[in-house]
Design a protein around this ligand. Structure first.
Ligand code: HEM
Length: 234
């Protein structure tokens, strides 16, 4: 057993926490949408869903960090980066992950009516920052993959270049999911506090049904990245 094989094991474990918890989130949404259930049950399922959502959100960041380390120390890619820069990137990814959890905790406390103090920054500014960060990272990943295919970054592997590009697409897809389902927590909050109306139910349904196809695309992409990693076909 080496640190590399441990990292590889973590890389595989993260597929389970990503895909598995995303399926849990997806399934819980059908309970949230069911108007025959009491508002309390629907709210509880909504809370369960937001906890499940932290699985994919955490796994994405860790997958990127672990993937970068595997690429570097396995000699697969990124050999042109100085070692301290690789670790700086990993450190920044961990700070990003910390902030994502702060955002989750701030949203939880805000819905429970607890005072947020300085953590309000995670509800407002960080949300926008996080969105742009994902867009920027997506472009970097797609750019790195394309530059590698054009032989601009030394000798590379087609399967890994494709993984870089598709990971960028996963990031873009995640941004799209967030944008189309933006109204979901607001509509659910209104149903719980003010009662169910056809208009509120329609908004809740629309936010979720618009996200479903994108979620299925995400799962498909994860499976493609998995198969590319295992088979390394080109
Ligand atoms: C959804 C995202 C991803 C999934 C599902 C995934 C899945 C996998 C799987 C199943 C393997 C094969 C492990 C084995 O042969 O035992 C692998 C290998 C690998 N992945 Fe990923 N991966 C993802 C993202 C990434 C990213 C973003 C990078 C780079 C930044 C990356 C870099 C690598 C490398 C370098 C290997 C080869 C390790 C080796 O065989 O020594 N992966 N991946």
């Amino acid at each position: 057993m080496t640190p590399y094989t441990l990292l590889l094991s973590l890389h595989i474990l993260l597929i389970a926490t990503w895909l598995g918890m995303d399926i849990g989130l997806f399934t819980s949404s059908f309970w949230v949408r069911n108007p025959r259930l009491s508002p309390e049950t629907r709210l509880a399922m909504g809370r369960f869903g937001s906890l499940m959502d932290m699985g994919p959100r955490t796994s994405l960041v860790l997958m990127l960090g672990v993937g970068i380390l595997l690429s570097y120390y396995g000699g697969w890619a990124l050999g042109w980066l100085p070692q301290p820069v690789v670790w700086l990137i990993v450190l920044l990814l961990l700070v990003w992950l910390w902030a994502i959890w702060q955002q989750f905790l701030a949203v939880r406390d805000a819905t429970a009516g607890k005072p947020l103090g300085g953590r309000i920054v995670f509800l407002r500014q960080f949300r926008t920052f996080d969105l742009y960060l994902r867009l920027g990272l997506a472009l970097v990943m797609i750019g790195l993959g394309m530059a590698s295919f054009l032989n601009l970054l030394g000798e590379t592997y087609g399967w890994l270049n494709t993984k870089f590009i598709l990971f960028g697409v996963i990031l873009l897809n995640g941004v799209a999911i967030r944008l189309v389902s933006d109204d979901f927590p607001i509509a659910l909050g209104e149903i719980v506090r003010l009662g169910s109306t056809p208009e509120r139910e329609a908004r809740l349904n629309q936010a979720l049904t618009r996200a479903y196809p994108l979620v299925l695309v995400l799962w498909g992409l994860i499976v493609v990245l998995l198969v590319l990693g295992v088979t390394k076909p080109f």
